[in-house]
Design a protein around this ligand. Structure first.
Ligand code: HEM
Length: 563
């Protein structure tokens, strides 16, 4: 993922790890690539000190445990460190997982674990080349994070780690993990999730992607993709799973298993966003109270989906692409509610016949994980997440919309005139399909307390933008002062998609000089799509009781210190 050997690595790691005086000759050679370097305070020299000779290709590495000389350009190839197990240290105490948990991000001393080792990372924090992301593992294991950031799987990192060692994980706790499931709990078979997900509800599981990790990759890693479940995750054996295709215009229902689907039809791929209709509901709630899970700004992710175009399956089942009888296509999942009904939704027939709509079996080139619909999921690019039915078991053509609760009595947005306690005539408003234009900050991380910047500096801001219906993002503008002055952000589009059919998100970034007179930045971002739709300034005109489709300007406040 990142260069992890040779001089480059030496410079990157060591220039951050050592105090500025010790890297003076290094920095003056112009090799420090990190503009923020000068602002970092380095505590790590308490543990390590060094002298670095940049051009010579070697460094002397002095540690508390002795002196090591390494030839940066002449090192042997990296060893497989996946199998590295920290040695049991009989000289160090043993800690229970409960005790380790107490050393989370707000504790005085911050601990992490790696396999059976316990490490105190308090002094290492400031020197960590990955910044405060390390705190995500505070009080727990680094392993799920290193699965994402594989550049940690090196001997150097193992060595640093062992020097921070303070103990052993209680072996009883290590064995006890993954046991003790309550079989009467309908959620007992739910999968294990990545600890970085920001959980809004455990049962059913609903969690956002962490804003601080979301921009690290254009395609969201599967483990970090936000999760929106309405029911327990069904446990499906792939060999037994069947997809039924039936309904209006289909002479005889057909049934396909996953293997048949893969063999019979040509594979297609699309990179597409999925966004929950309730994304940014918490912002709308701040404007005026709404009902629902309080998603902040990251119930949205972007992945490459591969599978079979739905139109190919429908045509194979006998559907006339020009049919005037078929108006909607229904989808049912294998997740079942307490009344025995499956999760269901529908999309208009015209959209169902568009080539980008897939019955997907892969997510980012891997089988779709259980939380995201294993083994089959409908992917309907440009539409709201609620229609992209997971654990897909049935496709049904029809002249009416799906009778499902989630189509008929949910995911419909009322006027701001309809308040709490008013009669809700669901038939008076259409079901949500295409999403309006959206953008939000991920940097600075919204709601992170203590963000402070100094006047006269520049602040780096970044985030995502996306619009439904394939309407590409033509610009994102950022304001430091609540919308009085605006700066254009630099955009990163999916290079394989054009503005007319852009299903992937657009990532954006800008560096803004802080106006001197400001005491607090009222950062605002807004995006404009290919149809020149722009986000509304406030929630006033779009407020709705259920807090759906909130896309007003996104705001983050940052305090400014005097220069
Ligand atoms: C005690 C635990 C940890 C140690 C000793 C450690 C050490 C390091 C080192 C030496 C590097 C530089 C690697 C290179 O440039 O090739 C690095 C980079 C990085 N680390 Fe960690 N790390 C730890 C935990 C974590 C955790 C829990 C995260 C969570 C996400 C994390 C995120 C990152 C990231 C994103 C980078 C890349 C920074 C860049 O490319 O500029 N680290 N870490």
């Amino acid at each position: 993922m990142h260069p992890s050997r040779g001089v480059l690595l030496t410079r990157r790691i060591l220039s951050r790890r050592f105090d500025r005086s010790s890297v003076a000759s290094f920095a003056s050679s112009g090799s420090s690539s990190d503009g923020n370097e000068s602002k970092r305070i380095n505590l790590f020299p308490a543990l390590l000190s060094a002298s670095v000779v940049a051009g010579a290709g070697f460094f002397v590495w002095k540690r508390g445990f002795g002196v090591r000389v390494a030839f940066a350009d002449a090192r042997p190839p990296p060893k497989d460190v996946d199998s590295f197990v920290p040695p049991k240290r009989a000289d160090l105490p043993t800690f229970s997982k409960d005790e380790i948990k107490k050393h989370g991000r707000s504790a005085e001393r911050i601990w992490v674990t790696f396999k059976n080792g316990v490490y105190d990372i308090t002094e290492f924090l400031e020197s960590h080349p990955g910044g405060d992301k390390i705190l995500m593992a505070a009080g727990g294991s680094v392993e799920p994070f290193w699965a994402l950031y594989a550049q940690h799987k090196t001997e150097e990192v193992m060595e640093i780690l062992e020097e921070l060692r303070i103990g052993n994980v209680d072996p009883k706790d290590m064995q006890a993990e993954a046991k003790s499931k309550d079989l009467s709990d309908p959620f007992h078979n739910d999968p294990i999730r990545h600890p970085a997900l920001l959980v809004n509800s455990q049962k059913p599981f609903n969690a956002e992607s962490p804003a601080s990790l979301l921009l690290d990759s254009f395609r969201t890693p599967n483990d970090l993709f936000f999760v929106r479940n309405h029911l327990p995750v069904p446990e499906i054996k792939i060999a037994e799973h069947k997809l039924t295709v039936e309904g209006v215009g289909i002479p005889k229902p057909i049934t396909l298993d996953v293997e048949q689907l893969k063999k019979k039809f040509k594979k297609a791929s699309v990179t597409s966003v999925i966004q929950c209709a309730g994304n940014r509901r918490a912002d709308m709630n701040e404007y005026k109270k709404v009902q629902g899970l309080m998603w902040t700004g990251t119930a949205i992710s972007n992945a490459k989906w591969s599978g079979v175009p739905l139109r190919d399956i429908l045509i194979d089942a006998g559907v006339d692409p020009n049919s005037k009888e078929i108006k909607h296509v229904h989808f049912e999942g294998a997740d079942i509610d307490p009344t025995g009904k499956p999760y269901g939704a529908s999309i208009p027939f015209a959209k169902a016949m568009s080539e980008e709509v897939l019955v997907a079996y892969e997510m980012n080139d891997e089988p779709i994980p259980r939380d995201h619909g294993f083994p089959l999921r409908l992917v309907c690019p440009g539409n709201v997440g609620a229609r992209q039915v997971k654990w897909l078991a049935c496709i049904r053509t029809s002249d009416v919309e799906s009778p499902s609760h989630w189509q008929q009595k949910d995911y419909r947005a009322f006027s701001p005139a309809v308040g709490f306690g008013d009669h809700m005539d669901f038939q008076s408003v259409p079901s949500i399909q295409e999403y309006p234009v959206q953008s939000a900050f991920c940097t600075p991380v919204p709601n992170a307390s203590g963000d402070v910047i100094t006047a006269d500096e520049t602040i780096d801001v970044a985030g995502y933008a996306w619009s439904g219906g394939g309407r590409g993002i033509i610009r994102v503008e950022v304001s430091p002062d609540g919308g009085k002055t605006w700066f254009s952000a630099e955009l990163e589009h999916d290079s394989e998609q054009d503005l007319e059919q852009m299903w992937a998100w657009t990532l954006w970034r800008a560096s803004i000089k802080i106006p001197e007179e400001l005491q607090e930045l009222d950062l605002v971002c807004k995006a404009t799509d290919r149809a020149y739709n722009t986000q509304p300034e406030t929630a006033s005109g779009i407020w709705n009781v259920r807090g759906l489709l909130h896309n007003a300007w996104h705001r983050v406040k940052v305090k400014v210190n005097e220069a």
